[in-house]
Design a protein around this ligand. Structure first.
Ligand code: AMP
Length: 182
């Protein structure tokens, strides 16, 4: 568990932008967490400690901010990283899922063979993104992980916007861990 003063430090490192990308949205901008070397290192080191004992085979990160935390953590844990990308960005054969967002809708994809180089028949995957709001993106990503033949053992978010209840919905599917519950 993160100590309250560390939580406050991380929370204070995240910039708030009102009415972006559209009126009414309070956007949590994590670029000011990752350009702060103490905040970024605290975040990745904390997640490394948590997940060292999980017997993970891969981290799957959601485009684009999930790539930043996911790739850093995968390197720290010495496991592979799998990108889940917006439609049309992955070059090989994909599986795709449509979903709704807090602001709009979208479609994400994973490579069909993303988890094929694992030692296990059903590899353990940690799903990661910067933020969970309605949970539409994370649920679609968990579906993709399953369809690609792996098990989503937990989903991890830096920020959980509790009022939007995405984490609650996601908990019916997999364990959920968030650093900052707002
Ligand atoms: P959702 O599918 O509603 O849980 O939305 C989560 C996705 O949208 C994540 O990839 C977030 O990066 C992004 N997102 C949604 N709401 C916000 C917000 N208020 N601030 C920053 N990112 C957001």
């Amino acid at each position: 568990m993160l100590q309250p003063e560390i939580k406050k430090f991380l929370l204070d490192s995240i910039r708030i932008i009102h009415d972006y990308p559209q009126p009414g949205i309070v956007f949590r901008d994590i670029t000011t967490l990752i350009n702060n070397k103490e905040a970024f290192a605290l975040t990745i080191n904390h997640l490394k400690e948590r997940y060292e004992s999980y017997d993970l085979d891969f981290i799957a990160g959601i485009e684009s901010r999930g790539f930043i935390f996911g790739a850093a953590l995968a390197y720290a844990l010495n496991i592979g990283f799998v990108p889940i990308r917006k439609k049309g960005k992955l070059p090989y054969t994909t599986i795709s899922e449509k979903y709704t967002l807090e602001y709009g809708f979208s479609e994400i994809e994973i490579h069909i063979d993303a988890f094929k180089n694992a030692q296990k028949e059903i590899p353990n995957v940690l799903l990661i993104d910067d933020l969970i709001a309605t949970g539409g993106t994370a649920l679609a990503a968990a579906n993709l992980i399953k369809q690609a033949g792996a098990k989503c053992v937990e989903s991890c978010f830096i920020i959980n916007l509790q009022d939007l209840k995405g984490a609650e919905a996601m908990r019916e599917r997999t364990k959920v861990y968030s650093l900052l519950d707002l």
